[in-house]
Write a protein that binds this ligand. Structure first.
Ligand SMILES: NC(=O)c1ccc[n+]([C@@H]2O[C@H](COP(=O)([O-])OP(=O)(O)OC[C@H]3O[C@@H](n4cnc5c(N)ncnc54)[C@H](O)[C@@H]3O)[C@@H](O)[C@H]2O)c1
Length: 316
């Protein structure tokens, strides 16, 4: 299949991720059909898409007309047979291995013989998800980041039998919808982004648990130090500019000091046991009671949009 042959995209599961994924494809002119297990979930999909579009319009990243036009490209169904003429199916259903495996087995029986199958799993093995299907060469991990209508990255994850042709086609598709792709060459847990994100979180926990610094100062150090660099330079570019000899010498005494914890830490367990789950429970590392959670989320979105506009401007 060529990029120009892709016209219709099936999105399975219209929750947090599926809604934004459907929205982005539709905004780029693709016909999209979203499926879910019941009408009430599809109502939720419609609601999320409208909400996402409202913020994009307010930020000047989408016009009312474009939003309206894109909505005409999205249809909804509780019946998987609507996938029978889809060119690509992107699955964003519940993160449970047995459910995803059975789901794909059934969908392979419905889909066209050349349809591309993509799963948006956060971290389950791509090889295992496609274990029950016959044509694994057309199966790939397509990991969008939340919120999918804002974050540019999509990780394309090769399973053992995924062909280069499938990878190349999806790379072109990601480019076509204005997102940024990276290819994960092996089916490795956490892909790229989450491996790095959780290495940082593990070290941040160690710094706090050993009394080296406070939670507030770890967050501040990240935002104004390494985090300030990261939108401009990746870790390897940073090392090149810093000098690989210097980075080698630092590694020779520092690696030995860094966390190599194999399980969630004691402090993480304590917070879990106390029901301190972050914004959703009103308290986590910080206090989110009395509307402070909503404030934190709206501040986050405003700052994300500022960065997104910068990227758009940079791309011309
Ligand atoms: N939320 C995130 O931050 C995030 C980020 C990246 C990837 N993911 C992954 O994306 C997938 C979806 O996550 P989400 O956060 O959108 O979940 P969600 O719970 O918000 O949405 C999942 C949707 O799938 C539907 N669903 C469940 N079983 C189904 C089935 N058999 N057929 C059709 N629809 C079905 C549910 O009704 C629900 O509407 C998961 O694999 C998750 O790990 C999530």
């Amino acid at each position: 299949m060529k990029l120009e042959d892709i016209k219709k995209i099936g999105v399975a599961g219209g929750g947090t991720m599926g809604s934004g994924i459907a929205q982005i494809f539709a905004q780029n002119g693709y016909d999209v059909v979203v499926t879910d297990i019941a009408e009430k979930y599809l109502d939720n999909t419609r609601r999320i898409i409208l909400l996402n579009q409202k913020t994009l319009i307010e930020e000047g990243l989408l016009t009312e007309q474009e939003a309206e036009e894109s909505l005409k490209h999205i249809s909804y169904s509780t019946d998987k047979s609507v996938f029978s003429d889809a060119d690509i199916i992107v699955e964003a259903i519940i993160e449970k291995m047995d459910i995803k495996q059975d789901y794909w087995k059934e969908v392979e029986g419905i889909a066209r013989k050349d349809c591309i199958f993509a799963t948006n799993t956060s971290g389950l093995s791509i090889n295992k998800i496609c274990a029950k299907i016959e044509h694994k060469e057309r199966f790939i991990g397509m990991h969008w980041w939340n919120p999918p209508h804002i974050i540019p990255l999509i990780e394309l994850v090769k399973a053992d039998e995924t062909t280069d042709e499938t990878v190349q086609l999806l790379k072109k598709l990601v480019d076509r919808i204005g997102k940024e792709s990276v290819v994960v060459l092996k089916d490795a847990n956490g892909f790229i982004g989450n491996r790095i994100q959780f290495a940082v979180y593990r070290e941040a926990l160690k710094i706090v648990e050993e009394g080296i610094a406070t939670v507030e100062d770890v967050d501040k150090a990240m935002k104004f130090g390494p985090g300030f660099r990261y939108p401009v330079l990746g870790p390897f570019e940073t090392a090149d500019l810093g000098g690989l000899d210097t980075f080698y010498y630092i590694s020779s005494y520092l690696f030995n000091e860094l966390s190599d914890e194999k399980k969630p830490t004691k402090l993480q367990q304590l917070l879990m046991d106390d029901g301190m789950l972050g914004v959703k429970s009103g308290r986590g590392w910080y206090d989110y009671s009395n509307g402070k959670g909503e404030e934190a989320m709206s501040r986050r979105d405003k700052n994300f949009f500022k960065m997104l506009k910068h990227i758009h401007k940079d791309k011309g």
